[in-house]
Design a protein around this ligand. Structure first.
Ligand code: HEM
Length: 309
């Protein structure tokens, strides 16, 4: 245990280094209020963030589960940021593996809890309150896009139809216009963007281009490739990377797709989604073959991506 004088000396040093008087700060401690759970966790703010547009009780389930998802995305981004910005001392094979598993666990939770969406809302209520949300869509989740930019190189997020014909170094505006998710918001015959996509771009495009530029050399895949060859061949690390890739790009995507089918595909009749995409095709992983770390999968595995799950 540290002695009182140890702590006092450390405090003195800390405040001296910023030209502050320790005595004044100690006196301040005499006057501060003890901390409470509700102040610290900000429960009043958090529990007042649900503003339904209708009186259907299940709309609150819908809002809150989206909010839970956004919080988990934030936790994932915080982990990615630490790896990217070299905030972790001695980022060796073991620590890298632990970090990837930590990020994966958040996505495991998102995947297994998706049943709250699929089985946790009344279909009739959902199909009524969703009309009040149009044209908003989870498609407009900015953090989901940041998780993708932070996980892999831009080339792996380019629409499959253009991936082989564009340069591996594609960036900025030309990359942005060819991202896989443009397909959900564009009529490819006329090129016209939906309101859902245009509004999303107006709000976030500059930020996305800046973020993707910053992360082009420090996303998880680039960081992995910077590790010594022996680390890159480490079985546990490869297993963790594959687990993360598969959880995000097949398991979560399938849980999401099955949910959309549950609510929007009734009696063989496919309803239009709030974001207006051709969702049946767009959402299934077998069409897009989004893969963060393609080099870690065999040709056969890539060919069968999202099939038989
Ligand atoms: C009843 C629940 C849900 C349904 C029926 C549903 C349906 C859809 C549909 C049809 C799309 C395609 C775009 C469109 O036309 O709107 C989409 C996109 C998206 N949704 Fe959901 N969704 C649900 C819940 C969620 C939740 C809880 C999240 C978590 C944040 C989410 C995040 C996303 C994201 C990130 C996209 C874009 C995915 C991509 O580009 O591949 N969705 N959703």
């Amino acid at each position: 245990m540290k002695s009182d004088s140890d702590i006092t000396n450390q405090l003195k040093k800390k405040y001296e280094s910023i030209d502050q008087d320790l005595e004044v700060h100690l006196e301040g401690l005499l006057h501060t209020k003890p901390i409470n759970y509700w102040d610290y966790i900000q429960t009043d703010v958090l529990l007042n963030l649900q503003k339904p547009k209708t009186n259907f009780p299940d709309e609150k389930v819908f809002i809150m589960y989206h909010q839970v998802s956004e919080l988990l995305f934030k936790m994932i981004l915080s982990e990615i940021e630490q790896v990217a910005n070299n905030e972790i001392d001695d980022l060796d094979t073991e620590i890298f593996t632990e970090k990837i598993m930590r990020i994966s666990r958040y996505f495991d939770v998102l995947t297994s809890s998706f049943s709250i969406m699929k089985d946790g809302m009344d279909i009739a209520q959902y199909n009524k309150f969703r009309t009040a949300l149009t044209p908003a869509s989870g498609f407009q989740s900015a953090q989901y896009r940041l998780v993708e930019f932070g996980s892999t190189e831009l080339i792996n997020l380019i629409d499959k139809r253009f991936r082989d014909s564009v340069s591996k170094d594609i960036c900025c505006n030309s990359a942005f216009e060819k991202l896989y998710w443009q397909a959900a918001g564009k009529d490819y015959k006329t090129g016209k963007k939906t309101y859902t996509l245009s509004a999303f771009e107006k709000r976030y495009k500059d930020e996305f281009i800046q973020f993707s530029k910053t992360y082009e050399d420090k996303n998880l895949w680039s960081k992995y490739k910077e590790l010594p060859k022996a680390s890159q061949e480490n079985e546990a690390l490869i297993k963790a990377m594959r687990h993360y890739d598969y959880t995000v790009n097949v398991k979560w995507v399938m849980a999401h797709y099955n949910t959309a089918n549950h609510y929007l595909n009734i009696g063989g009749k496919t309803a239009e989604a709030t974001g207006g995409s051709e969702w049946v095709k767009y959402m299934h992983p077998k069409y897009q073959k989004r893969i963060f770390f393609p080099d870690l999968w065999t040709a056969k595995e890539i060919e069968n991506w999202g099939i038989n799950i």
